[in-house]
Design a protein around this ligand. Sequence first.
Ligand SMILES: Nc1ncnc2c1ncn2[C@@H]1O[C@H](COP(=O)(O)OP(=O)(O)OP(=O)(O)O)[C@@H](O)[C@H]1O
Ligand SMILES: [Mg+2]
Length: 158
Amino acid sequence: MNAALQGSVDEAGLTALAAALAPALREGGVVHLRGDLGAGKTTFARALLRALGVGQRVKSPTYSLIESYQVAERALHHLDLYRIADPGELEWLGLPDLADPAALLLIEWPERGGAALPPPDLIVRLDHAGARRDFSLTAASARGARWVEQHLGGAPRT
Ligand SMILES: Nc1ncnc2c1ncn2[C@@H]1O[C@H](COP(=O)(O)OP(=O)(O)OP(=O)(O)O)[C@@H](O)[C@H]1O
Ligand SMILES: [Mg+2]
């Protein structure tokens, strides 16, 4: 599974990247968002959720750990596990719900969730590069590979 896409974007470019990827993610799946504090994980998730039709304000789940939305019967969950001290705390979040294959999970700081988390279909990696961000999208399942391929096929290149 080596479908991958990488590049460098300013904030508008990162938002456009997330919006272009969004249609492919309508079927549900698991996206891990990796990168340091301030790398742009929430910016990316917010743009993705908006493009999927979340009309309300998209708050960062920094304190709540999870923010959930519903669009056309589909559950969208945005998690930020930075504050999790131990993966056992995830049970408190109601992880069984998160196992629904039709749900879309966007997970910041997945490394804090350990093995309790569903495995990713796609890994989004963001790194500071001055005012820009280096990004990579790496497929981690057949589904994720399809998303990256659809994205490569349908989106304007930067
Ligand atoms: N090219 C860029 N892409 C994304 N964000 C950028 C870019 N340039 C500047 N920024 C700024 O960087 C910040 C990114 O913050 P964001 O909350 O998205 O990061 P995060 O990775 O979610 O951090 P945390 O780990 O604290 O949750 C925002 O203030 C945004 O305006
Ligand atoms: Mg964040």
